[in-house]
Design a binder for this molecule. Sequence first.
Ligand code: ADP
Ligand code: MG
Length: 280
Amino acid sequence: MPQLPGELEHRNGATCIPGGERPYYQALGNEEAVFKAAYRQGLSLLLKGPTGCGKTRFVEAMAHDLGRPLITVACHDDLTTADLVGRYLLRGDETVWVDGPLSHAVREGAICYLDEVVEARQDTTVVLHPLADHRRQLPIERLGVTLDAAPGFGLVVSYNPGYQSVLKDLKDSTRQRMVAIDFGFPATEVEEVIVTREASVTRSVAAELVRFGQAVRRLETGGLREVASTRVLIAAGRLVAEGLPMRDAALAAIAGPLTDDAVVSRGLAEMIDIYLAAPA
Ligand SMILES: Nc1ncnc2c1ncn2[C@@H]1O[C@H](COP(=O)(O)OP(=O)(O)O)[C@@H](O)[C@H]1O
Ligand SMILES: [Mg+2]
C-alpha cells in the first residue's frame, strides 16, 4: 500500500526512526512549544482529548523534530506490567529475557508513547511513577535491576477524559508528575486546512464537512459513541476525493461509525441532508 504523506507504520511497540519528511501536523495552539520545553526538562507529558483530534500525529511530529525514535504502545485492559517491561521467554530450551517496549525506550533514549494509558491495568502505575517523576528510573523486578533512563528518553501518555469511567481516571499521584496538554477540536479555519490536506479535497468541500462536523459536535452526545472527530471528517473527504457524492460519503464515514442506533442514525441522516445535500 502506498504510504500517505506523514503516515507512519503503527505496529504496537514498534519503533519509528525519525528521518525523511516531517509527519504533517498543523499546530492548534502552543502545544509544540509546551511539548518541547517539557521534553528538554525531562518532564513527562499527559495529552488529553477525544480520539481523532491529532494526538498521535502530534507525538510523531514532535519525535521527528526532536530527532528521537518513537515507540508507541496502544494500551488495553489486558496490558500488564510485563507487557511494558519485558518477560522471560522460552527460546528452544533456553529462557531468555526480552525487553518490553518501555524498557527498550528507556535503554535507547526513545520517546515512549502510551496511548490510552488508563486502559492499562492499575499495576502498571508501579513502573510508571518512578519513570514519570524526577527519578527517571525503571524498576525491572524480574531482573532485580533498576534502569536509569538514557538521555533523550521521554514518557508521553494520552487519554480521553470524557470517554473513561470515573473509576479508571488517572490517579492524582500520577497526574501530578506530568505536564498536561489539552487537545480540543481545531478552530474552523485550521480544521479546514487539515481536512483539505489530509483528504486531498478542495477547500470548499473541506469547509462543508467541517461545518457539518461542528453541528454534530453541538448535539447532545447521548446515543453517539464519539463525537465527529477530525479523523472521520477526513475519511468522508477521502470518499469524496474518490468521486462519491458528499451525502453518501458523510453517511458512510461519519454517521455510520458514530452510531448503531436507528433513531440517532435517522437524525444524523436528516442533518446530512440539510448540511451536505448540494451536489459536490
Ligand atoms: N492537528 C492536526 N494536524 C494534522 N493532521 C491532523 C491533526 N489533527 C488530526 N489530524 C488528522 O486526523 C487523523 C487522526 O488523528 P490522530 O493523531 O490519529 O488522533 P488521536 O491520536 O487523537 O486519536 C490523523 O491521521 C490526521 O490525518
Ligand atoms: Mg491516537
